[in-house]
Write a protein that binds this ligand. Sequence first.
Ligand SMILES: [Zn+2]
Ligand SMILES: [Zn+2]
Length: 310
Amino acid sequence: MLNSSKILSPYYPFGNDEEGGRTLPIHALGILGARGSTVVSGEQFTKFGGATTSFVMDTNDPTVCIAIDAGTGVLHHDFSKYNTVHMLFTHMHLDHILGLLYLPIFYSNHTTIHLYVPSYYGFDSFAEMISPFLATPYFPVVQDAFSSKIVFHNIDIPEDGSVYRFPINEVDVLTRKGNHPGGCVMYRLNIEGVGSHCFTGDYEHNLQQDAALIEFAQNADFLIYDSSYTQDDYIANYIGWGHSTHEHAVDIAKAAGVKYLILSHHHHLYNDKFLDAVLRNIRQKFPNTCFAYTGLYLELLNKAGVACKT
Ligand SMILES: [Zn+2]
Ligand SMILES: [Zn+2]
């Protein structure tokens, strides 16, 4: 007889032993999704995955976690085990919020969800943020269905490129203006005496922005970088689209002195075979490089998750 709960069980790479998941160490950044622009699936995309951008990090308090972005990858984590989820957003493009409306914790009153959204969108509440989607003919769920306790935070990202910071428990959250159409926030999570994760969000390189990023990412343990394209593809097709390249990521990583470079936001048409070849090439230039994928985690204390070694 079929076990329906098994069939219905989602894929949780971290913390679900029955499904073969691994424990996510405290302060390790768990990659839940790393695909850019849109979801992909199929046997050519099994290694680096098809779910879009979302990360999670457990804090010293086991009832509290921090998430960054809510692409479809956010559905690959059991957030119901926390009392409080702090969800940081880089920007509102669909590939970074699509998982939000399907996340079970939004439909229960068990969890308090803190949302951190750039103030330049002008939203004053979660309702304002999602109302464009909660409308016929785009989505059938009405606002009242969201029964969770939501605390909405506007974060003021300085236009002059200076850093805005705020604490979440023991984590010092630093933000800085990035470079992407419509705006994007770069995040750095510093944990005193432990280490740091730095994430560019969606990011297109240019001289002025690169100087700010290099300063922002200085000596980070992990730099997670928007490397949607190869350099050749970028030059031929994608200048001005708001994303960067694997090759440019290496230049930034070297200039910033980071320990590990994590390439993310993979182009939706780059399959595993293609990305494997790119990775071999990039590691010749910066050996401590990994491609992000669902299930990879980035452990601090100068160690990468074992899955990083492909
Ligand atoms: Zn994106
Ligand atoms: Zn974007």
